[in-house]
Design a protein around this ligand. Structure first.
Ligand code: LMR
Length: 327
């Protein structure tokens, strides 16, 4: 009997201690791509680093492939406190700020090194604060890579795109970019792209090698034009309410883990831009079309006037500074 009551007391003490211990702060990280992508790998690395360094204090739960929210809903959900972090592409913030439309201007950056230089500049860093008035905090940029054009027919010159339906992200700049070559752009969520292509509801889309490979778009798109006409990068964001509520020390530890995870993701982005392209070529499911310098000049001439349409909204000085990062 004595033994039994001692056991009950011990159990009660343990239960009491457990309930007195605070549960770890949960960071739900929602994204739309596959796990074997720069963003997927970055998010998993972030969760791993936080688990190693902040066990019992903070826990990161990653939800890939639009399992929790699509990119078009995730920012609303963040402001409601239903998710704490996400990394939508820079093309998906237009409802919250016009400035980030800069990154969608066609043929603005000649390569990822230019993108990196601009993002690291004072102008680029300032753009991380462009969501502040909407209650969102930009924690850093993450690369995916340069976009290519995939289609059901070969696209060599701008006239080949005429009348064709292309899925685009929710961006007016991207809409103008396709309208500039007389194509028909349709704003659709990433999660629907494969089915739209497979059922031939649309003719093509623009994306990075990594997204075209990991979501198997190349299996239903017989041609991919290596156009490198734009950039697909991300901003890792959180809500000001969540971020400012964190204890200062904890916040800087979380930020350090995130910065490390972003550097890791950026290396993967650079690798995947090559290896996923090669994997697509090796699959023989899709023909990769290289365009000549003359044909490329035709695409540039057709699409570049889009800059003038958006330069006032974005800020002419920013457009100039971004273009200067090519040197
Ligand atoms: C897209 O919608 O095509 C991309 O933004 C998906 C992503 O997050 O890379």
């Amino acid at each position: 009997m004595r033994l039994f009551s001692a056991a009950v007391t011990a159990m009660a003490l343990t239960l009491g201690a457990t309930s007195a211990m605070a549960a770890p702060i949960e960071i739900k990280f929602s994204h739309v791509v596959a796990e074997n992508t720069p963003k997927g790998q970055m998010a998993n690395k972030f969760a791993e680093l936080v688990a190693e360094r902040l066990a019992g204090k903070v826990e990161v739960k990653v939800f890939p492939s639009s399992q929790l929210f699509g990119d078009n809903k995730v920012l609303e959900a963040m402001l409601l406190g239903d998710v704490q972090m996400a990394a939508p592409s820079l093309s998906k913030f237009q409802k919250y700020t016009k400035t980030l439309q800069l990154f969608d201007l066609p043929f603005l950056f000649k390569d990822m090194a230019a993108v990196e230089r601009f993002q690291g500049s004072a102008d680029g860093q300032k753009m991380l604060t462009s969501l502040e008035s909407k209650g969102l905090v930009g924690l850093g940029y993450l690369h995916n890579g340069m976009k290519q054009l995939s289609a059901s027919d070969p696209l060599k010159v701008p006239a080949d795109a005429s009348g064709k339906k292309f899925r685009i992200m929710t961006s007016d700049v991207l809409q103008a970019q396709f309208e500039a070559v007389d194509a028909v752009p349709l704003k659709k969520p990433f999660s629907e792209v494969f089915t739209l292509l497979q059922t031939k509801a649309i003719d093509g889309q623009e994306n990075t090698w990594s997204n075209i490979f990991s979501k198997k778009f190349y299996e239903v798109q017989p041609y991919i034009t290596e156009s490198n006409h734009g950039v697909l990068d991300y901003m890792v964001v959180t809500s000001a309410e969540f971020w400012n509520d964190l204890d200062a020390d904890l916040r800087s530890e979380v930020k350090a883990a995130l910065d490390e995870a972003i550097a890791y993701g950026n290396n993967i982005a650079a690798e995947k831009a090559k290896s996923d392209k090669q994997a697509i070529i090796d699959s023989k499911r899709s023909e990769v079309i290289e365009i000549s310098a003359e044909d490329r000049a035709l695409w540039v001439a057709a699409m570049k006037p889009v800059w003038d349409q958006f330069s006032d909204e974005i800020g002419a000085d920013l457009v100039k500074a971004a273009a200067a990062s090519n040197q």
